[in-house]
Design a protein around this ligand. Sequence first.
Ligand SMILES: [Cu+2]
Length: 121
Amino acid sequence: MIVHFELEQTMKKSLILAAALALAPLAFSADHHHNEAPLDKTAIASETIAATGFVRLVDSESKKLTIEHDPIPSLNWPQMTMRFTYDGEQAIKGIKTGDKVKFDFVQEGRVSLIKHIEKVK
Ligand SMILES: [Cu+2]
């Protein structure tokens, strides 16, 4: 389970990161709507989905971006704040908290994996 893995990793870290646990309920609820997606949406998981939004948090420890994304009609997702996974620092080079971004991602099970992201004005 992705969520369990993240929590275990966090708990191995120093007490400073204990504060991150306070965000865990947010992460759970933010991911929740993905579980409710109809099966036919899961079936098209390899499809690249374009979206826009604002970066709210860069978590380089677990390679997640928290993004407040605009509605994504193709997935029937409302506007929301949720976490996206990225693959390596190079993938988000120059991206920081507060940036307005456009990005492409694929939905792999419960993981929303960013394929490309760039800052927009
Ligand atoms: Cu979402």
